[in-house]
Design a protein around this ligand. Structure first.
Ligand code: MRU
Length: 370
C-alpha cells in the first residue's frame, strides 16, 4: 500500500536476500521505522512486543522466523526449537499455528541441507497468498459495499471498524480494510469511523495512519461512542477482522469487537467479518470454550503511549500507581451476531453451512488441523 506515493509491504526480504525488514508498528503513527530481523529470536521478540501484529502478519512473520532458524542451523533440534519458540508468542490468532504447521510439514521430511532454501520459498508463498487473499477479499467486499451504498446514493457509506485489520495487519491490502481500499479505488465514496481500540490503540495509531496515508476519509472515535452512533443511524455497516473463526462461525477478534456486535444487532446495523482461509480453525467449534484468549501485561491498561510536546514518544500513566488491571486482548463474538463473512472465496453466512459451502468445492488450503 502507498505511503507518500511509495508502495510498501509490512514485511519484506532485505537487500541481503535473507534477513527481514518489518515496519515497527510500535512506533507508528509518529515514526516510520524499519526493524531488521536476523535470527529466530528477533522474530520472537517482534511478535511478543507487537513490532509486528495482526493475524495474517503474525503467521507470515513466524514462517520467516522458521526460515531464519534453519538458515543458521537446519538440524531437527533447531527446527523443533524454532517451532516451539514461535508458537508460544501469540496464542489467539490461529494463523500462527497454521503457518508453523505448514512450515513443519514441508521441512521435516527434508534432509537438513535442503531445508533453508525450501523454508524461504514456503514463507514467501505464504506471504504472496496473503496478498492475493487481501485483494480478493477487497473485491468481494466491494460488491457488498456497493449494495449497501445503493440504499443512499446521495452520501458516502459510513463504515465502522475496530482495531487494525488493514495492510499493516497483513502483508498488503488487509482484511476488513481491503474492501474500503477497493471502494476508494473504484470511486465509491466511503467514510470510516475508526474505533481507537484501547488498550493498545491500534485503531488510533495504525488504522488512522493507514487510511490517512491512502487518502480514505475517516473519523476517529472513542471506543465507547459506536453504540451511540448506531442508535442515531450514523453507521451503515460494521466491518471487522478476525483472529480465529471456529467451524461454526464464532469469531475471536480484538477485545471490544463483541460489544460492537451487540450494539449492531440491537440497532439492525449489518456486522461483517473479513478473513482469509488461514484464520479458520476447523478443529474448534465453540469459540467461548475453546479459543485461547491472550492475556497481556497490565501496564498496557494502566499506561498509554503517545508523543509529548517535544516530539518524543513516551509512555504515561493513566491510573494510580500499582492499580490492578486485567488485559484480555481478544473476545469472542458468537456467530448469531454476525451478518456475514467476507473471504477470498466470496461472501457467506457465519455458520458451518456457510463455511463449508465456500471451502468444500475444491481442496482449499486449510488452517489448523483440518
Ligand atoms: O493484538 P493484535 O493487534 O495482533 O490484534 C489484531 C486484531 O485483532 C485484528 O483485528 C485482527 O488480527 C484482524 S486481521 C487483519
Amino acid at each position: 500500500m502507498r505511503i507518500a506515493g511509495r508502495h510498501w509491504r509490512s514485511i519484506a526480504l532485505a537487500a541481503d536476500g535473507w534477513s527481514l525488514e518489518v515496519i515497527d508498528q510500535t512506533r507508528l503513527p509518529f515514526a516510520f521505522e524499519l526493524q531488521r530481523l536476523r535470527c529466530v529470536e528477533d522474530a520472537v521478540r517482534a511478535l511478543c512486543t507487537m513490532i509486528v501484529r495482526g493475524a495474517p502478519l503474525i503467521g507470515v512473520t513466524a514462517a520467516y522466523g522458521v526460515a531464519l532458524a534453519v538458515r543458521s542451523d537446519a538440524t531437527d533440534a533447531s527446527l523443533g526449537r524454532a517451532l516451539q519458540m514461535l508458537g508460544a508468542t501469540r496464542p489467539t490468532a490461529v494463523n500462527l499455528a497454521w503457518a508453523l504447521a505448514r512450515m513443519a510439514a514441508v521441512l521435516r521430511p527434508l534432509a537438513p541441507g535442503q531445508r533453508a532454501d525450501r523454508a524461504y520459498t514456503e514463507a514467501a508463498a505464504i506471504a504472496e497468498e496473503d496478498v492475493r487473499c487481501g485483494q480478493a477479499i477487497g473485491q468481494h467486499g466491494l460488491a457488498l459495499l456497493r449494495r449497501l451504498a445503493a440504499a443512499h446514493p446521495e452520501r458516502p457509506l459510513n463504515v465502522l471498524t475496530h482495531c487494525n485489520a488493514g495492510w499493516l495487519a497483513c502483508v498488503d491490502w488487509g482484511t476488513a480494510l481491503a474492501p474500503l481500499y477497493a471502494a476508494h479505488e473504484a470511486g465509491l465514496p466511503v467514510h470510516v469511523y475508526v474505533d481507537e481500540t484501547r488498550p493498545r490503540n491500534q485503531g488510533a495509531a495504525l488504522t488512522a495512519f493507514e487510511l490517512g496515508a491512502h487518502g480514505v476519509p475517516y473519523t476517529l472515535l472513542a471506543d465507547n461512542a459506536g453504540g451511540h452512533l448506531m442508535q442515531r443511524g450514523r453507521i451503515d455497516v460494521c466491518l471487522v477482522g478476525c483472529d480465529r473463526m471456529t467451524a461454526r462461525g464464532d469469531v475471536a477478534n480484538k477485545i471490544g469487537t463483541y460489544l460492537k456486535a451487540l450494539a449492531a444487532h440491537d440497532n439492525d446495523v449489518p456486522f461483517h467479518v473479513a478473513l482469509p482461509f488461514s484464520s479458520i480453525d476447523w478443529t474448534l467449534d465453540d469459540g467461548f470454550a475453546e479459543i485461547p484468549i491472550e492475556e497481556r501485561a497490565p501496564d498496557e491498561v494502566t499506561h498509554v503511549a503517545g508523543r509529548d510536546e517535544t516530539g518524543r514518544i513516551v509512555s504515561v500513566a493513566l491510573a494510580p500507581h500499582g492499580a490492578a488491571a486485567a488485559n484480555p486482548a481478544f473476545d469472542v463474538t458468537p456467530a448469531r451476531l454476525i451478518t456475514g463473512i467476507i473471504t477470498e472465496r466470496g461472501l457467506a453466512d457465519a455458520s458451518r453451512t456457510g463455511l463449508t459451502a465456500l471451502y468444500r468445492s475444491t481442496r482449499a488450503p486449510r488452517a489448523a488441523g483440518a
